[in-house]
Design a binder for this molecule. Structure first.
Ligand SMILES: Nc1nc2c(ncn2[C@@H]2O[C@H](COP(=O)(O)OP(=O)(O)O)[C@@H](O)[C@H]2O)c(=O)[nH]1
Ligand SMILES: [Mg+2]
Ligand SMILES: [Zn+2]
Length: 358
C-alpha cells in the first residue's frame, strides 16, 4: 500500500505536516481511529475504511487504558495482514472521564478534538448542574466546550431556559438552542464543523446526539430512538463511539449516553468557571472560612442578597469535594502502580540473580 496523501489525511481531521515515520520500518502510514469494537479497531485514512489490530503491547494488562488507541487518535499503521496499530501519535487534546466501577481508571472518550458539544434536551433532560459538571470535565481536555440545547421545539419557553443557563455559566459561554430533528438553529454550529475540525458530542442518552449527527450528515446513518415520556430518558441506542466525516468538512464523534459523568481527578477550576465564587471566598474575613457561620462571610452575604445563585453554590461545593476525592484516589492509584512496578523490578532482579539472565 502507498503512503496516505496529505489531502486525504486532512479529510479525517489531520492538520499540519505529516511526520516522518520514526522507526525506520517500511510501509507505515497514518490513519485515524474512527471506532473501537471488542474485536478490533475501525480506521480511516481519508480514502478508505479498514479494520486493524492493536500491536500486542497495547493489550498488556498493566498498561494505562489512557495509553491505548482511542477514537480520534491518529496512529501509525503497519501493512501487516491484518494491519496493525504500531503507535499512537501525540494527542492535541484528550477528553476522559473516570470509568464506572471502584477502580478509578480513566476512560478516554475522544482525542484530537477541537470542540466538545455538551448536548442537553430542553425537555426533562434539562439540567444546568450536569452541564456545569461536563464543563469541569472538559476544562483540562484542551478542547473548547459549547452547549447545544436540543428540543427547543418541545420547550414552553426555550429562550427563558437558555437565559437561565447563560446566567449560570461563565461569561462568553456559547449556548445554542436548536431543533436537532429539523435542523432549526443548527447553522450556528457550523462554525465549529468546518474542514480540519473535530468535534465530539457528549450528553445523556436521549439528548439528541445521534439525531443531530444525522441532521448534519443529511442522512439517517446513526440510529435514534424515542425517549421515555415519563422521564425523558433515552435507551442507549448508540452503543459505541464513532467518528463520522461531515459534508461541512469536519469530523464528528457521536457517543453513547453517559450514565455517569465522573471526574478523573485531573481536572481543576483553573478554566475560570467558578472564578466569581472563588473571588467571593477570598473576600471573607477568615482565610479558612467555611461559609457556614463565620462573621463577615462574603459568600453568605452574596447568597443573602441574591448575587450568588444558591444552586450554583451547591453545585460548586459538590464538584469541589468530588474533585478533591477524585484527585486523592487518582494519586493513590498512581502510587500503587509505581509501588507494584518497583516490586516487579525487585522480583525480576532476584530471579536474575538466582537463575541468571536469559
Ligand atoms: N422534538 C424533538 N425531538 C428530538 C430532538 N432531538 C432529538 N429528538 C428525539 O429524541 C429522541 C432521542 O434522540 P437520539 O438522537 O437517539 O438521542 P441520543 O441518545 O443523544 O443519540 C429521538 O426520538 C429523537 O427523534 C429535537 O430537537 N426535537
Ligand atoms: Mg445516540
Ligand atoms: Zn465565607
Amino acid at each position: 500500500m502507498t503512503e496516505t496523501p496529505a489531502s486525504a489525511l486532512s479529510r479525517i481531521g489531520w492538520r499540519g505536516e505529516i511526520p516522518a515515520s520514526d522507526s525506520g520500518t517500511d510501509h507505515r502510514r497514518i490513519a485515524r481511529v474512527v471506532a473501537q469494537h471488542r474485536a478490533g479497531y475501525e480506521l480511516h485514512d481519508g480514502e478508505h475504511a479498514f479494520t486493524a489490530q492493536p500491536a500486542p503491547r497495547f493489550l498488556k494488562p498493566g498498561i494505562d487504558p489512557g495509553d491505548r488507541p482511542a477514537v480520534g487518535d491518529f496512529v501509525w499503521i503497519s501493512n501487516a495482514v491484518p494491519p496493525t496499530i504500531e503507535q499512537v501519535l501525540p494527542r492535541r487534546s484528550t477528553l476522559s472521564r473516570s470509568a464506572a466501577g471502584e477502580r478509578h481508571l480513566r476512560q478516554v472518550i475522544a482525542t484530537n478534538i477541537d470542540t466538545v458539544m455538551v448536548v442537553c434536551g430542553l425537555d426533562g433532560d434539562f439540567n444546568p448542574a450536569r452541564i456545569e459538571r461536563y464543563f469541569v470535565l472538559i476544562e483540562g481536555s484542551g478542547a473548547k466546550a459549547v452547549v447545544v440545547l436540543t428540543k427547543a421545539d418541545l420547550a414552553a419557553d426555550a429562550q427563558a431556559m437558555t437565559d437561565q443557563l447563560k446566567a449560570r455559566m461563565p461569561a462568553g459561554t456559547e449556548i445554542h438552542a436548536i431543533n436537532a430533528k429539523t435542523g432549526f438553529g443548527v447553522d450556528a454550529l457550523l462554525a465549529h464543523l468546518g474542514p480540519g475540525s473535530s468535534t465530539v458530542l457528549v450528553g445523556s442518552s436521549g439528548a439528541g446526539k445521534s439525531t443531530l449527527t444525522n441532521t448534519l450528515l443529511g442522512e439517517a446513518r446513526q440510529s435514534t430512538q424515542a425517549v421515555r415520556a415519563n422521564d425523558s430518558r433515552g435507551r442507549h441506542t448508540t452503543t459505541y463511539r464513532s467518528l463520522i466525516m461531515l459534508p461541512s468538512g469536519g469530523c464528528l464523534i457521536d457517543t453513547p449516553g453517559m450514565r455517569e459523568v465522573k471526574l478523573t481527578g485531573d481536572e481543576s477550576f483553573d478554566g475560570g468557571q467558578f472564578d466569581d465564587i472563588e473571588e467571593l471566598a477570598g473576600e471573607c474575613r477568615f482565610g479558612d472560612c467555611s461559609h457556614l457561620a463565620e462573621p463577615s462571610c462574603a459568600v453568605r452575604a452574596a447568597l443573602d442578597d441574591g448575587r450568588l445563585d444558591p444552586e450554583r453554590w451547591h453545585s460548586y461545593l459538590k464538584l469541589r469535594d468530588e474533585l478533591a476525592a477524585a484527585a486523592e484516589s487518582l494519586e493513590a492509584q498512581l502510587r500503587r502502580k509505581s509501588e507494584s512496578r518497583v516490586l516487579t523490578k525487585a522480583l525480576g532482579k532476584r530471579l536474575d540473580e538466582k537463575y541468571g539472565r536469559h
